[in-house]
Design a protein around this ligand. Structure first.
Ligand SMILES: [Zn+2]
Length: 625
């Protein structure tokens, strides 16, 4: 089995591909700080919670230790059968972390992570049955594997096991997890593969993992199993249940469904797998079906923050334009799944709109799920919190250290750990920079190896300097993205005059030499955004954006005695960027406000991702006019 050189997904028939054996390395700026927090605080915290909640012990019990399957009590009293997946997502994060160059001063913390991961891998290996089956819930007394595919989450958990295994293989060349994962998948393939029992999991997710396993091992059987699971959906195998067939993604064949429907994370994981299968098999119809659903989803069912899903009851999409800010569900995992899907569509098509989507969603849909100190998590991410709701002692006030259904925390960990991989892609002609961060990028192009260093204070500042460190003989193309929100941008090459650029992707094709530098300048004026007129819940409101960031007002910034709910825009004055104070982690925007009993007031809005870090109060993104 050879090391493959592409990540976090690799595919044969995509328009763009990951940069190569070495993923980009973030070396400074905004993302270095977020990644450091994830590595030093969030991931160690995750291991502590996997231990203290019993999640890791569940696998020990499956391996024969005394005890029984344990889960935190949910308000509904449900016992979740999918907690193993939290261990796997955490392991995936650690795999990416250990595979990165060691940042100065973090050697000790990485040693501790490696030791924790070794412990977890050992526990998973011990839990696996001789036939390859591993699931600590279903290995419990009185339970039989594959007797409740609708609720059981068995394939789903194996999917996360595979994704962790692929990360360890690619990042470290360590195949301990890959051996376990391959045996687990072979067990499924024997029972459910072509010619076997027709069965699909109530929660998609394994499909994209199977394609990655096929790419990693070269074993096409896994691709055929993924294809079969995609094809079996939408034919009533699971049927209705409490929330109807769309909850399981069993309402319509994957290549026929016109709109995104049902449980958001399930839909987006399924479509991620569908893109992977489509590009491997050259299935243009399947890819077109996903692109159609995505276009409709972005147009009719996506919040300003990139969040998706407005129904709490079944974690589902609402109707078109049903996007209430206060009742938004917008699960952190849904935003993560949307990034995964948009990235796959970007690779498959090269279409810059998908990179725009990744940017909006990661800054405003994913990052709010994690506190700035790295140890508190939001499961849901509403765009409004009424002041009186924040006073409630229990319930949704504030981020929590963990959840009974803990899907989001380790999903954040693995997403941040793999984030550098989303910065750039390569193709035969050259390198494409999609997201801007201070980073070193090494890319394998058709012309040879390109090394770039990028320096920027993005998203606070719009100047992005790209310096060529190494370039092959002959011309190649450096592509840069001007985001959809950017009305004014320019590009300057060395000492030449700047050239204005519209939004979109821009190709600079030339002979490059080490030392050549291009500076992309994106203007980041404060923008006042209006909602689509069909979104009833925020009609007559406006929101503040700057660069890729959506802003919000928090009651902590109001004068004593003023309530957020009584304030509206003061139309006579314009919002303005505030000079960034020393040590302030964010750039603030002054928003002019007024109220019936409030004379003109100016309040500093903060980026939405940074809300709820200074105590829990009222918050709103959409402000009445
Ligand atoms: Zn989640």
């Amino acid at each position: 089995m050879s090391m493959v050189s592409v990540r976090p997904t690799t595919a044969a028939r995509t328009r763009l591909r990951p940069v190569g054996a070495t993923p980009p390395t973030v070396t400074g700026g905004f993302w270095a700080e977020r990644l450091r927090t994830n590595r030093e605080r969030t991931i160690p915290h995750g291991f502590d919670l996997l231990r203290s909640t019993g999640t890791l012990d569940n696998l020990r019990v499956a391996a024969g230790a005394a005890g029984r399957y344990r889960a935190l009590a949910d308000s509904s009293g449900a016992t979740f059968p999918f907690l193993d997946s939290d261990v796997y997502k955490w392991l995936e994060a650690v795999g990416w972390e250990l595979g990165r160059p060691v940042p100065a001063g973090s050697g000790g913390s990485l040693d501790a992570l490696a030791a924790a991961a070794n412990e977890a891998i050992g526990v998973v290996a011990a839990a696996q049955r001789p036939d390859g089956y591993v699931n600590s819930y279903w290995q419990g007394p009185g339970r039989e594997p594959h007797t409740d595919l609708a609720w059981g989450h068995e394939f789903y958990c194996v999917g996360h096991l595979v994704q962790a295994a692929v990360a360890w293989h690619r990042a470290l060349g360590d195949d301990r997890l890959l051996t376990i994962a391959t045996r687990a998948v072979d067990r499924i393939d024997r029972e459910f593969g072509p010619g076997g029992r027709d069965g699909i999991d109530g929660h998609p997710g394994i499909e994209m993992a199977l394609v990655e396993l096929a790419r990693t091992t070269g074993e096409q059987r896994y691709l055929r199993l993924a294809q079969r699971m995609i094809d079996l959906r939408g034919h009533g195998l699971i049927g209705g249940g409490r929330f109807g067939p769309s909850y399981w993604q069993d309402h319509s064949p994957v290549r026929e469904a016109a709109e995104a429907a049902g449980h958001v994370v399930r839909q987006l994981y399924l479509d991620s797998g569908a893109v992977d299968v489509a590009v491997e098999l050259g299935d243009e119809d399947l890819l077109a079906a996903v692109r159609r659903r995505w276009a409709d989803l972005i147009r009719t069912r996506t919040y300003l923050t990139g969040g998706m899903g407005s129904r709490h009851k079944d974690e589902a999409f609402g109707d078109p334009f049903e996007l209430p800010p206060d009742r938004a569900y917008t699960e952190t995992c849904a935003a993560i799944a949307a990034v995964m899907l948009a990235w796959r569509l970007l690779l498959a098509t090269g279409d810059v709109q998908y990179a725009d989507a990744v940017e909006r969603i990661v800054y405003n849909g994913v990052l709010p799920g994690l506190s700035l100190d790295g140890t508190g998590f939001f499961y849901t991410n509403p765009l409004q919190r009424r002041t009186h709701r924040a006073w409630e002692p229990a319930g949704d006030a504030g981020r929590r250290p963990w959840y009974p259904c803990a899907c989001c925390p380790p999903n954040l960990m693995r997403t941040l750990s793999s984030w550098p991989q989303y910065l750039a892609t390569a193709d035969d002609d050259g390198v494409q920079l999609h997201q801007y961060a201070t980073a070193d990028v090494t890319a394998e192009t058709g012309q040879g190896t390109v090394r770039l260093s990028v320096e920027t204070d993005y998203p606070w500042d719009g100047a992005v300097a790209v310096r060529v460190q190494d370039a092959p003989e002959g011309p190649w193309t450096l592509s840069l993205r001007v985001p959809e929100w950017c009305g004014s941008a320019s590009l300057r090459l060395d000492d030449e005059a700047p050239v204005p650029l519209p939004a979109g992707r821009h190709d600079c094709h030339r002979q490059w030499a080490p030392g050549d530098t291009v500076v992309l300048t994106l203007d980041l004026p404060v923008r006042v955004s209006e909602p689509h007129p069909r979104v009833d819940a925020v009609r007559g409101c406006a929101a503040v954006e700057r660069g890729p960031l959506v802003y919000c007002l928090e009651s902590v910034d109001l004068p004593d005695g003023t309530e957020l709910e009584e304030l509206r825009w003061d139309a006579t004055r314009a919002p303005a960027e505030l000079a960034r104070a020393d040590g302030d982690p964010v750039v603030r925007v002054a928003v002019p406000l007024a109220g019936d009993d409030v004379a003109g007031l100016t309040v500093a809005a903060v980026p939405y991702y940074a809300w709820a870090n200074r105590g829990m109060g009222g918050m709103r993104v959409w402000i009445p006019r």
